[in-house]
Design a protein around this ligand. Structure first.
Ligand code: GLU
Length: 427
């Protein structure tokens, strides 16, 4: 099999596993709620799926070549408020994966009880292969084509894999050209453009907060706990900083090129500086190199997958030694691995709770944009943590009372809320 073909097959497996996992996790909650087929169909199907083609001249080896990129926006549900969810730029982006991730956003916003539905989108592109100017043009053309389905009361994108404040600024600017100055059309913007002070850190800080709540339940103090983080992008690096500040030992971190291990704890600020200078964690002094797979199997108290979906699958599962897994990425644990890990007594805090700090902060940014009033940073984190704590308690109490795992309980709370909204509005 050629290398390219092998890569394609792997990608198909992950996307299919992503959809299967979503369906499996939802099924547990739907069975407990005893839903009829019409209700199930309503929960499973997307409201709208938009695919666009984006032609762009790209420079390659000194030549200009026309390339047509594909962009997606899947809007799953707006029963509880406007569609909400990130935009990712990644070569593996495709429709099935967007469907599963859009649905996940519906459950996430419902679980933490913020007035949004769920959506997800992106462009199938490796941004590292484009110049900044090409990326900006691509982002602007995507925005033009999607703008009929976006809007501050319709659908509000945000950062996701390989996108951040820079891309959100381009989207805001492009959308505003034909709709007036509407910063609330997108969240995760630079602070100077109406972005929320704290949005950048919010997902990672929220991950650390939820970890503290979960460790408390397991009677493991966060201070001194050994934490392993897979993925050192925005979420992984901010979670690492927060864990370190809270007294935990971040003993291993990794990026797409490989990982680092130091049983005494890695100096996170220095690792962030090293990545800023060199572009990767490679050759970082003061830690031993490990592969990403070795990293997942390191002895630790907390394992935080903060990269892409499907990283903890049945192949990796037998090597996992953590006591607690915190899903900082969306869908990092496949449903089959999830079953096995739980049978081994490893607690898993599901993505829709673990990484919800980001979308909660997005909600604050949206409110702030509508009110034209900026909140202080401390208030942002305090309120975000209050939302997460409330959701955590609700999920934990239901899980205990119903003798189900935390993910099933989280889905049940979320699905019940979405269904109630649909009922109240009238079918
Ligand atoms: N992409 C993030 C997520 O998956 C943030 C979404 C948002 O803020 O709208 O939760």
């Amino acid at each position: 099999m050629t290398k390219a073909k092998k890569k394609k097959n792997m990608h198909e497996d992950i996307s299919c596993c992503c959809q299967n996992s979503q369906a499996h996790f939802l099924d547990g909650a739907m069975q407990r709620l005893d839903l009829d087929p019409a209700q199930k169909q309503l929960l499973l199907q997307s409201f709208r799926e938009v695919t666009v083609q984006i032609p762009l001249n790209v420079h390659s080896n000194g030549q200009k070549i026309l390339h047509t990129f594909t962009g997606y926006r899947v809007q799953h549900s707006h029963a509880r408020g406007p569609f909400k969810g990130g935009l990712r730029f990644h070569p593996d982006v495709q429709l099935d994966e967007m469907r599963a991730l859009a649905q996940l956003m519906t459950w996430k916003t419902a679980l933490v009880d913020i007035p949004f539905g769920g959506a997800k989108g992106g462009i199938a592109v490796d941004p590292a292969t484009l110049t900044e100017h090409e990326l900006e043009t691509l982002t602007r053309r995507f925005t033009q084509k999607m703008s009929p389905v976006l809007g501050v009361k319709e659908d509000i994108p945000a950062p996701d894999v390989n996108t951040g404040p820079r891309e959100m600024a381009w989207i805001f600017d492009e959308y505003s050209k034909s709709n007036g100055h509407i910063p609330g059309v997108v969240t995760g913007k630079p602070v100077e453009l109406g972005g929320l002070d704290g949005r950048l850190e919010a997902t990672g800080y929220g991950v650390a907060h939820v970890t503290e709540l979960a460790l408390d339940q397991l009677d493991i103090p966060l201070k001194g706990a050994r934490v392993v983080i897979q993925g050192f992008g925005n979420v992984g690096s901010h979670a690492a900083l927060r864990f370190q500040a809270m007294g935990a030992h971040v003993v291993a971190i990794s990026d797409m090129y490989g990982g680092l291990f130091n049983p005494q704890g890695i100096k996170i600020e220095s690792a962030i500086e090293h990545v800023a200078k060199t572009g990767s964690l490679n050759d970082f002094p003061g830690a031993e190199p490990v592969t990403n797979n070795e990293l997942l199997g390191l002895p630790c108290d907390v394992l935080v997958p903060a990269a892409l979906e499907g990283t903890i699958n049945c192949d990796i599962e037998p090597t996992i030694q953590a006591k607690l897994i915190i899903e900082a990425a969306n869908m990092p644990v496949t449903y089959m691995a999830d079953d096995k890990l739980r049978q081994r007594g490893i607690a898993i805090i599901p993505d829709i709770l673990a990484n919800a700090g980001g979308v909660i902060a997005s909600y604050f940014e949206w409110v702030q944009n509508i009110q034209r009033f900026a909140w202080e940073r401390d208030k942002v984190f305090a309120r975000m943590e209050a939302h997460l704590s409330r959701a955590y308690t609700e999920v934990h109490q239901l899980a205990e009372a119903a003798h189900v795992d935390l993910r099933t309980a989280a889905y049940e709370v979320a699905v019940r809320r979405v269904l109630r909204a649909v009922e109240l509005r009238g079918f």
